[in-house]
Design a protein. Sequence first.
Length: 135
Amino acid sequence: MKTLSLIFMASIALAFSASCTSTHTENSYKLAQQGMTTMEYAGFGMPQKELHAAVLQALYTKKWTVTDSGNPIKAYISHGQNAKLSVTVYDDRFVADTKGSNIDGKPYVPLNYLKHLVAQVRKNIIVEKSLGAGR
């Protein structure tokens, strides 16, 4: 009986995780279909110049190809998906436009890539602040 309960719970967990992934992909397609390809991320607590450096470093760390390191930063990544990115950096925030991103020619917003990129930017800021405190 205990084994049956564990199998049941494992199957529920698997079904839940699969639905989250498909929902995430569905949202990516829906946002692009609605023309909502721009996302804003704020609350970094850094001036523009330092945040710009943190975003650039995150793009390199996450293996994006940076084609323009100005402002906006232009980059792309192709790993089964063709994600395009234009990032305009301001004090404390940045705006990421993903217009032109697609999977097999179908427009989408690369939400997963953005999630990982923003997490890396936050890690870079923590490292920068800890290094700055020791100077």
